[in-house]
Design a protein around this ligand. Structure first.
Ligand SMILES: [Zn+2]
Ligand SMILES: [Zn+2]
Length: 256
């Protein structure tokens, strides 16, 4: 059984086929998925889908992505109500993205901080999107150490791993593990080193497709290729890995 801790079935690319995508995920053995929001509308859609397909193990995360930071001076007031929905399991994805810099950095930091406080006030874990911004992100996060944190699409390499797990941060790995390039070599090194209790798996679909679907549209059913890559790197049987990840996800999201 597999868990996809980060997918965008609510996105324009996947939404029209969501029913088929969710069915294929179930057939592939994916029994829990977290649909992640990137702005207000997207977050509402994530919650609606998690409600509509709850028998398939769908949950939602609500948040403003750093790319969208420039559109928000404050957290949408409706988030205070939506966060209480029983399918909402995290605040995210939130963070800093200095790779694309789609929003000015001060705007990214401001909405990031506001959402960290919002998560604390609502006793929610956070799903973090940090790209080329580890120094600034860790500086901000050290003042929020009480939060449960998931570094989605972890890209801090071995360099930042100790600091991240020192704060109790979980690292989620995706399709990039399978790409066979320099970035995946560095990710595989992290996968071999990280203590088992800090690992999670994700697709970030429709993006980040694993081999053999690289360059095509990703979907939660393909999370099994991520599990297989980790099982190879750590040299542990797939069944054992899947039990470890399941325990980690349940602990992190507070699932029974
Ligand atoms: Zn992301
Ligand atoms: Zn994402």
């Amino acid at each position: 059984m597999y868990i996809d801790t980060h997918c965008h079935i609510n996105s324009e690319e996947l939404h029209p086929d969501s029913r088929a995508i969710i069915t294929r995920a179930k057939i592939a053995g994916v029994h829990m998925m977290v649909i992640v929001g990137c702005d207000y509308e997207d977050s509402c859609e994530a919650v609606a889908m998690a409600e509509n397909f709850q028998q398939y193990g769908l949950y939602a995360s609500i948040g403003i992505h750093p790319h969208e930071a420039k559109r928000y001076d404050a957290i949408p007031p409706e988030f205070s109500r939506i966060v209480k929905d029983k399918r909402v399991v995290a605040v995210g994805e939130i963070g800093l993205d200095y790779h694309y810099d789609n929003s000015p950095r001060d705007a990214q930091k401001r909405i990031f901080e506001l959402q960290l406080r919002f998560a604390e006030d609502n006793n929610m874990p956070v799903i973090l999107h940090i790209r080329d911004a580890m120094e600034d992100a860790l500086e901000i996060l050290t003042t929020h150490r009480g939060l449960k944190m998931l570094f989605h699409c972890y890209s801090g390499g071995i360099e930042y791993l100790d600091e991240v797990i020192g704060m109790g941060g979980m690292c989620a790995f995706g399709g990039a593990l399978t790409w066979g390039n320099k970035a995946s070599e560095s990710l595989c090194a992290v996968v071999r080193k990280i203590p088992a209790e800090y690992m999670l798996c994700e697709t970030d679909s429709p993006y980040m497709s694993p081999v053999p679907f690289r360059g095509k549209r990703n979907e939660p059913a393909y999370v099994k290729y991520v599990y297989e890559a980790i099982s190879r790197e750590r040299n542990i049987p797939l069944g054992e890995l899947s039990a470890i990840i399941e325990g980690n996800a349940k602990r992190f999201f507070g699932w029974e």
